[in-house]
Design a protein around this ligand. Structure first.
Ligand code: GDP
Length: 325
């Protein structure tokens, strides 16, 4: 017997689910943004006024640094203090891996759910505009749902992770002493994006040396905003977790008082608008304005690709000017 397809809820039903704090409604809403479902925008619009209350913390660093171990203990720490957390684990690698790297995290989910933490994994499903847009919208949904703490944890380090970290309030970079993480992290752009550096696995040799190494790299950093702190902990043993939580708190306080948080949130909103605009334009122009056909014809005439692109861009810009009048 084949089961009938599950009926999609309406926007109104999901809103009702949010009002009643039903986690199923949140889960479905996140699937909507992940899949680019047609009513996702309407839902996010309706919930927009309820956003802006949560703290968004990002956790990034090389695979094996202990990010999932750390986020696990951190969300429990917050839960014990009465601050319920939503934890979004993100694998922005190729859509073809289907989020295989999230395996370990998925296995930890039940224990966390029992502690009152909402856990969600998101893999790249090839969504237009990339993972940072989808994870940003998912964080908006958790925020509107009423979670005071949201953690975005990435599985590795790459440009997509750096983009995701640019969309949080406090980006925590997790490194370990064993793997000589300092230099690769610097190369991946993490030294610019990090607000707080955690040297995990402090139970292993070399943690203090790495801490000093990071501090001296940070001395050269030209990024605007308050200077990041470097703290050590051992997530597996549960040592120093309070220090990490306190350092996050301190960072939030400094950022709020200096006005830097507001600047960052505005920058984040602008970057989001820009990405959406670019993505939308790309899709629209190519499909609706017969660009592909025109480009093919020009290529057949022997024109140079760059010259064709410049010519087509000019045409679009002329149309935009006409609309302005
Ligand atoms: P992720 O890939 O960054 O999420 O790393 P995991 O949290 O999966 O941790 C990778 C491995 O490091 C696991 O075997 C953990 O048990 C171990 N680990 C995590 N934190 C610590 C720590 O503080 N000390 C030690 N010795 N091992 C740790």
């Amino acid at each position: 017997m084949t089961l009938p397809p599950r009926a999609e809820p309406t926007v109104a039903e999901l809103l009702e689910g949010f009002a009643e704090r039903r986690v199923g409604a949140l889960a479905r809403a996140i699937s909507w943004v992940e899949d680019g479902e047609e009513f996702a925008g309407e839902l996010l619009d309706s919930l927009y006024e309820q956003t802006g209350n949560a703290w968004r913390t990002g956790l990034t660093g090389p695979p094996g640094a202990g990010k999932s171990t750390l986020s696990d203990v951190l969300v429990r720490y917050w839960a014990e203090k009465g601050s319920q957390a939503a934890l979004i684990a993100v694998d922005p690698s190729s859509p073809f891996t289907g989020g295989a790297l999230l395996g370990d995290r998925v296995r930890m989910d039940q224990a966390l759910a029992d502690a009152g933490v909402y856990v969600r994994s998101m893999a790249n499903r090839g969504s237009l505009g990339g993972m940072s847009l989808a994870t940003g919208a998912a964080a908006d949904l958790c925020d509107a749902f009423g979670f005071p703490e949201i953690i975005l944890e990435t599985v590795g380090v790459g440009q997509a992770e750096v983009d995701i970290m640019a969309a949080v309030d406090v980006a925590v970079v997790v490194l370990t002493p064993q793997s000589g993480d300092g230099i690769p992290a610097m190369k991946a752009g993490l030294m610019e994006v990090g607000d707080l550096f955690v040297v995990n696995k402090a139970d292993c040799a070399g943690a203090d040396r790495l801490k000093h190494e990071i501090e001296s790299i940070l001395d050269l950093r030209q990024t605007p905003g308050p200077m990041p702190e470097v703290v050590t902990c051992s997530a597996k043993l549960g040592d120093g977790i309070q220090d990490v939580a306190i350092a996050i708190e301190r960072r939030r306080k400094v950022m709020t008082e200096s006005g830097f948080l507001e600047t960052r949130r505005n920058t984040r909103a602008l970057a989001r608008i820009r990405r959406l605009l670019e993505g939308g334009l790309r899709a629209e122009i190519w499909s609706h304005a017969q660009m592909e056909g025109k480009a093919k014809a020009a290529l057949a005439d022997g024109a140079r690709p760059d010259a064709i692109a410049a010519q087509l861009l000019n045409e679009v810009l002329k149309k935009v000017n006409v609309c302005d009048e």
